[in-house]
Design a protein around this ligand. Sequence first.
Ligand code: SF4
Ligand code: SF4
Length: 383
Amino acid sequence: MEYREIKRCGGIKVSEIALGCEGFIGKSKREYAEMADRAFELGINFIDMYTPNPEFRDNFGAAIKGRRDKIVLQGHICSVWENGDYLRTRNPGKTKAAFEDQLKRLGTDYIDVGMIHYIDAEEDFKRVFEGDIMKYCIGLKKEGKIRCTGISSHNPTVAIKAVESGLVDVVMFSVNAAYDMQPPTENVDDLFEPSSYEGSFLNADPERVRLYELCEREGVAIDVMKAFGGGDMLSEEYSPFGVAFNEYQCIEYCLTRPAVVSVMAGCHSVGEMEKAVSYYSASKAERDYSSVLAGMKRFKFSGNCLYCGHCAPCTAGINIADLNKYLKLAVVQGEIPETVAEHYRLLKAHAGDCTECGRCEKNCPFGVDITGNMKKAKKVFGY
Ligand code: SF4
Ligand code: SF4
């Protein structure tokens, strides 16, 4: 397992492969314990708990008893349990009661990431950020009941506003290559709707790209939901692209987006957890999503680096994907943020080492002007 930092949450380290909680629901206490034990053994230390289901909270709390400090909990705020179902609310009283219930049932006095349950509409964003819910979250943070604040969203426009507010440390966002081609929408169903994928698409939606870059610059962590598009991405029949990705390619795609720290895998069994973590033993070819994306006709990625790494190895030892990422971050802002300058400095080889051999460009399936980028980077960073 490898770990990444949530910088604005005291630098806590979370596993790149993390868990969604839906796979626990309906299991026996013994199965909860087995799944939790195996998750710890596999190095998984991060779980999203969107559901206020009392059964989940009680059983998961029992399963992690005595090892609370070894797990990073992402608990949702504004997600309440009513009449045997979970609902989203913006009612301050219900929100507070549900959060206190969460602490009690899980047997803890704090949640690491207090995640405001999804905000997709701009009006809802205003209600939450200018009203009692955000005030409540700020209070929870002051009291130490949450270590950092997050929002979950499917709409990049709303997520950008949240990040720009400076009040958010983590964004839980729906990420996969198909959703990345969709324009922002307040209606999450548009992402699943086959008619949304009719016609031709060129490159990732700029608003989504802007969200990833903004988060990277601001040190806001993204954790990923719907990496497999609810399973659709893994099926030739249901994938919007008409070709199936494998699990490793979906995970790799997410982990190579800027600012992403973890992919929440909705595992329903120990076997599914082991499969997700076998990402680390998969070959480079098995993880390589560029082979799928490059072969499509209606969905075309061209001219922009996707950070896929397919062009590696560089003859001069340059990590081309990372260098392209830092160049983009430096250019977008007009000045080089300190963190980007530091990341660039830490690269083993730099743009100035490029010999213009052209090997990488032959290997890039997306027609990126890599040698042009090397010249730009040398100018921007000075070496
Ligand atoms: S330059 Fe091309 S091959 Fe290399 S990381 Fe970017 S998109 Fe992938
Ligand atoms: S052209 Fe430059 S960046 Fe590309 S492989 Fe050759 S040395 Fe590396």
